[in-house]
Ligand binder design. Structure first.
Ligand code: GLA
Ligand code: ZN
Length: 681
């Protein structure tokens, strides 16, 4: 890890020199251009299996030796990948078991990538042999700073070997079939299993409506993927086990519970491809910000931006160019949220195949005079000015619960709103208000610890896993503030409904009992009216209620807002309840955004929550801060196409990114990021 930190902020790309081995002049030019672009790292070997093992058991490392050595000689470090993301043709031809079987039980032909069976002993053996050799040959190479395990793990395999593993997994979880039948509620439709061998993974032409089965399958897929990852890691750790590892995650990828990777990998990394300039850039920035914060939160440590496009992204419906400034702004957004790197896919545009029109640092013209190259080089210069950002932290007093397993269950539950339960949307409504008001947020799942937070927001915790109810109760008792919403505390971890009052075991914490929930069509709404002021009066008047309206009875809470329409007009829609040294709020509907802005505006004042800096944030601007032992960095980001005024800051602040007078009102340009710092501690 030390080696990594010493490099300063990382700047580099996925580098695929194996595509250019017949063009030595291109490889030589690459190195020159990398230096001009201010790159200090390259991720290599991600898709090199066929070049490293062109025939079974025949390994060719000379070309990779040359590439690594050449990078090293030029001061460029290496993130070395294991090539399991895509396999050679010979492997699939000789051992068809490595090919994935789909949910409809169809075995794939050879092709594509990210589609191997995670159980296949042959695949595991072949990758073990290759990874071990990579470790032996390169783990001690001074250029190599990090292992990049595979690429974007994802998907699932339904082959007979995976089915057998799934049954073992279930046996271990439930112990007996009786217990499994009970937890999956299989007497419904007479689906009771009488032998383990009868259990099959979910399928559209088979069992798909046993929610407990669907959930356990998703959990199994995460565990199987982690098992495969660990298998790869064992091999790369055969030599120099202290070399850190990462694996690159994907934007809100639903198929894997990323929190489960937290103790397995050393550094979180992810691949970020926002659709800039498609609609509101501020909306896109907030959506991206939330995932950056999630990535930082998984290990509560800086992460790496492993991939991003320096210009357009060819798999999106329309390949839009980044407007001038957006490349630096969006890259610095990652740094602002805790990334210690900016890396691209890919260094040089491929000449053929499916990504030949994907943005890259070096385009087909091969030169450094392009607009994209120039912005990349400018960013490289800026990153070099910020060596002390590396390792700096983001402190948050607010945690929002985002729980993958809960999301899976909500989206599979069949009712109360099959046109969309809006879990991510709900989470983001809360997040957005904090971010726009300059409040740093961590994300936690139900297994995390809430110690150290002042405010925990729990949107739609439909499923209660582990001891979340006890943790939330203790948190409030001990002085914390909890915000709980509609559709919470309804089922156990296997999607069995809790019997008795809901939110289960939390009715005394929030002081309400949720009785019924009304699903609303997209065009419908209700309103919530403030009936008791919370504090300064920011929250006042009426706010629109959408999607779902919970009808609750009071169980000790005070009513702050009531519904105004429908047969439930006059019933509570926002309540407040004191417990021990803390308090709990219950939000009974999905309000329009201005509600969250005003409600949290009140709570921020009431709880005296710490803002990244004490100035008003204009619309379109977002701010983040990171703090090292003796410096606080402030990243002011303008996602609007207009210049924006920022109020004067104290004398202790200095601008790093350009010269600007800060102690009087100053301006931030369209799509600009201003980086400031001040001494602390
Ligand atoms: C993913 C992959 C890369 C590349 C990019 C293109 O992130 O990891 O190999 O395909 O997408 O955007
Ligand atoms: Zn399989």
């Amino acid at each position: 890890m030390k080696q990594l930190v010493e490099k300063g902020l990382l700047h580099g790309a996925d580098y695929n020199p194996e595509q250019w081995l017949k063009h030595p002049e291109v490889l030589a030019q690459d190195i020159e251009l990398m230096k001009q672009a201010g790159c200090n790292v390259m991720s290599i070997g991600i898709f090199s299996w066929a070049m490293l093992e062109p025939q079974e058991g025949c390994y060719e490392f000379d070309w990779l030796d040359d590439v690594i050595q050449r990078l090293h000689t030029n001061g460029i470090s290496v993130i070395l990948a294991t090539p399991s993301g895509a396999r050679p043709v010979w492997l699939a031809q000789k051992y068809p078991e490595v090919l994935r079987v789909s949910v409809t039980r169809q075995q794939a032909l050879y092709g594509g990538r990210h589609n191997h069976c995670y159980t296949s002993p042959v695949y595991r053996d072949k990758i073990m042999q290759l990874n071990t050799r990579l470790s032996e040959r390169y783990a001690h190479h001074p250029a190599v700073v990090l292992w990049h395990i595979s690429n974007e793990y994802g998907g699932e395999c339904h082959c007979s070997m995976c089915q057998a593993e799934f049954r073992c997994w279930l046996q271990e979880k439930y112990g007996s079939l009786d217990r499994l039948n009970e937890q999956w509620w299989t007497t419904f439709w007479s689906h009771t299993y009488s032998d383990w061998s009868q259990i099959e993974s979910p399928s559209p032409q088979g069992e798909s409506a046993t929610h407990g089965l669907n959930l356990d399958w998703k959990r199994f897929v995460t565990d199987r993927t982690i098992d495969f990852l660990q298998h790869e890691v064992r091999a790369v750790r055969s030599y120099r086990p202290e070399l850190p590892i990462t694996t690159n995650f994907m934007y809100y990828y639903d198929g894997l519970n990323y929190f489960k990777f937290k103790d397995i990998i050393d550094i979180v990394s992810w691949d970020n491809y926002p659709t800039w300039h498609k609609g509101s850039d501020l909306d896109i920035a907030i959506d991206t910000a939330m995932f950056h914060d999630m990535m930082r939160s998984i290990k509560n440590k800086p992460f790496l931006l492993m991939e991003s496009s320096p210009s357009s992204t060819n798999w999106q419906s329309v390949s839009k160019l980044k407007k001038p400034g957006m490349h630096i702004l969006s890259s610095m957004q990652a740094i602002a949220h805790g990334s210690d790197s900016v890396q691209y896919f890919q260094w040089r545009k491929s000449r053929g195949s499916s990504e030949k029109f994907h943005g890259a640092v070096v385009s087909h013209d091969g030169g450094s005079q392009t607009r994209v190259f120039q912005e990349v080089a400018k960013l490289g210069e800026m990153l070099k000015q910020l060596p002390d950002v590396v390792g700096s932290q983001t402190k948050s007093e607010v945690a929002i619960i985002y729980d993958w397993e809960n999301k899976w269950a909500i989206e599979d539950s069949q009712g109360p709103r099959n046109i969309g339960m809006g879990y991510k949307y709900a989470v983001q409504s809360h997040y957005r208000s904090f971010h726009q008001q300059g409040i740093a947020v961590d994300f936690v799942d139900m297994e995390c610890d809430f110690a150290g937070y002042k405010l925990v927001v729990a949107p739609m915790i439909y499923m209660l896993r582990g001891d979340i109810d006890r943790k939330l109760q203790a948190f409030v008792q001990q002085g914390g503030t909890l915000v709980l919403t509609y559709w919470s505390g309804i089922v156990n971890e296997n999607d069995l409904c809790h019997l008795g009052p809901i939110p289960h075991k939390l009715t005394d914490v929030v002081g309400i009992i949720a009785e019924e929930i009304d699903g609303l069509y997209d065009q419908e709404h209700n309103n919530g009216k403030v009936v008791m002021a919370l504090g300064s009066g920011k929250l006042q008047g009426e706010y629109r209620c959408t999607m779902l309206c919970d009808l609750v009875q009071l169980n000790g809470a005070k009513v702050l807002m009531e519904y105004t329409e429908n047969f439930y007009a006059g019933k509570p829609v926002l309540t407040q309840h004191s417990l021990g040294n803390g308090e709990a709020y219950y939000i009974a509907t999905q309000f329009e955004q201005s509600f969250y802005d005003d409600f949290y505006g009140e709570l921020i004042d009431r709880m005296d929550l710490h803002r990244v800096v004490d100035v008003a944030i204009p619309e379109g601007v977002l701010m983040n801060s990171r703090t090292s032992e003796n410096t606080q960095f402030l990243f002011i980001q303008n996602y609007s196409p207009n210049e924006q005024p920022i109020s004067a800051l104290g004398e202790e602040w200095h601008a790093v990114s350009r010269e600007v007078v800060l102690h009087e009102e100053f301006k931030i340009e369209p799509y600009e990021v201003l980086i400031l710092k001040r001494p602390v501690g």
